[in-house]
Design a binder for this molecule. Structure first.
Ligand code: ZN
Length: 254
């Protein structure tokens, strides 16, 4: 276990550099962080895949691959994607150079850092499963070798806690939700930074601080939302010739 660590946890950036910049600035205002963990879907849908990759590489972020990252490098058959997602995946592949594609190809499906395991969908199906209910959370806990895991993919902010005598409890999180770690076994979803879908258009993220509590209580995680320049992100999507729906949805968080 690493000693005291402050982490910025993000997921589902979807080539939205305005949202990532907004989150980085907001997290700095809230005291900063030592390392970034990213649960995948770095690219796909949005107009700035290269800029988002560069921002993560520059900060030496610990990232795993999501289904859209694999699709953009031809490692996932987009027959499983809807038409808009498949079109965006082809556009993204063309927008990246060989070095950027190689970086995406180097990402693992699962990564562990300190007390956290990070995966896009779930440990039993990293590229595909939307972890949403208690049965799925219990299946995750059965495979989880660290106290905490991070998932993305659903674009929803939530947390789950393992229980001894009952199935896992699921809780939605919103801006400002704080959960004490308290040595419990938890699953954390930071929601989506680059394409929120819960009706709140603001970019989502988590700040994890394993030393924020009093001695012995073992820190806390807090969910945040921050307004960003979604209008610029939308305009770039239109200018790139990507489906207009992909830009419009950013303004509504759907
Ligand atoms: Zn996604």
């Amino acid at each position: 276990m690493l000693s005291a660590m402050r982490l910025l946890i993000i997921s589902d950036l979807h080539s939205n550099i305005e949202a990532l910049d907004g989150v980085l600035a907001d997290a700095q205002r809230r005291g900063g962080f030592e390392r970034i963990l990213c649960a995948g879907d770095i690219v796909g849908y949005g107009a700035d895949p290269a800029a988002v990759i560069a921002a993560l590489r520059e900060r030496d972020a610990t990232c795993v691959a999501g289904n859209h990252d694999l699709a953009a490098i031809g490692r996932m058959d987009t027959a499983e994607f809807n038409r808009v997602a498949a079109q965006a995946a082809r556009w993204t592949e063309m927008a990246l150079d060989a070095d950027e594609r190689a970086w995406l190809a180097s990402l693992p499906l699962v990564a562990t850092i300190g007390d956290l395991t990070i995966v896009h969908g779930s440990l039993r199906s990293p590229e595909w499963e939307y972890l949403l209910d208690p049965e799925q959370a219990d299946a995750q806990f059965a495979l989880q070798e660290t106290p905490y895991s991070v998932v993305g993919h659903s674009h929803l902010q939530f947390w789950s806690v393992q229980r001894e005598d009952d199935e896992a409890a699921m809780h939605r999180a919103t801006d400002g939700t704080t959960v004490r770690l308290e040595g419990r076994r938890l699953i954390l979803n930071p929601g989506s930074t680059g394409q929120p879908r819960d009706g709140d258009a603001r970019a989502g993220y988590i700040l994890y601080d394993d030393a924020s509590g009093a001695a012995g209580t073992g820190g806390a995680v807090t969910w945040h939302r921050v307004a960003y320049d979604a209008e610029t992100a939308r305009r770039k999507i239109l200018d790139a010739g990507l489906p207009a729906f992909l830009g419009d949805r950013l303004l509504e968080g759907r």
